[in-house]
Design a protein around this ligand. Sequence first.
Ligand code: AQP
Length: 341
Amino acid sequence: MTNGQSTAQTRVFSGVQPTGKLHLGNYLGALKKFVALQHQHECLFCIVDLHAITVPQEKGQLADNTREIAAAFLAAGIDPDKAVIFVQSTVPAHAELAWIFNCTAKMGWLERMTQFKDKAGKDKERASVGLFAYPVLQAADILAYKATHVPVGDDQKQHLELSRDIAERFNREYDAPKFFPQPEPLIQGPGARIMSLKDGTVKMSKSDPSDLSRINMDDTPEKIAKKFKKARTDPDGVPASTEELLGRDGARNLIGIYAGLAEISQQQVLDQFAGQGWGVFKPALADLAVAKLTPIAENFTRYQNDPAELDRILSVGTQKAAAISAPIIAEVRDIVGFWKN
Ligand code: AQP
């Protein structure tokens, strides 16, 4: 048995749940980074439907929601000839490795996960076991491909740390040094934590009941302008330095969004707008968002109207992903010591 550790090769993996329309947070925190990474590294971008069912989904919607994320990936600029785009449930390696990792991870590790606490709410007795074990499946997603880098938003930092702990413990427990790599999160950048437009202390989220809290990827220009106009700021205008944004969550969020969309630093945004009121800044931000999102929204509609092409791309993706994970899982079975057929 080889130790299976590939050469110093970089492999990128990330997933997006098919749980509804993507928003600006998903775009700046994830999709935009995916597009840049595909030119530099081997990339796998997965639509994580097994994660989606950890909470109830609308009946009959999962397959359509899956195609919708595929359409968003393509519309944002992910090229299926460069990156592998596929659906998690079509590659059994994810579920298989997740079970093995369920026996490696400790209850105490999972009990510390803040996302479970947030999503389970007060009544955690009624949350699914899947929601509790969600980060273990995430570790399996990454390590089934021995991915070395994981571009995600800041909200996934704790889960990534758990993936590293699971990889390390598996290697140690089964005496397979360096079998699994320690996946590195790629979180940096102005888009890593986009907050709600209504409350700068909570993240922009698909499940926020208020549509005014987020910019959806397919919002019309009018809606985008209206949402930014109503976005929470404060009576002070745009400051001159980033230090002056401390404690001003709404203001900092809008400056961060501008920086992410314009691909400049927050300080450069401040240099441009220092001393201006929000009445000047917000329309400029809306114009920028419309300029960046409209072409994506148009492409999105085009892909959405061609489900056969989406299905073809996803089928090819399944084959490519399965071909990468199959030998890794075969080695895992060997390492664990399962009986061989
Ligand atoms: N607000 C955000 N800022 C930056 N990045 C974000 N991401 C999500 N929200 C933000 C990143 O988007 C990727 C895909 O996320 P997901 O599909 O796993 O969904 P999520 O994180 O559960 O997104 P939501 O909108 O918050 O959904 P709900 O409301 O269902 O919980 C990930 O890389 C994530 O970090």
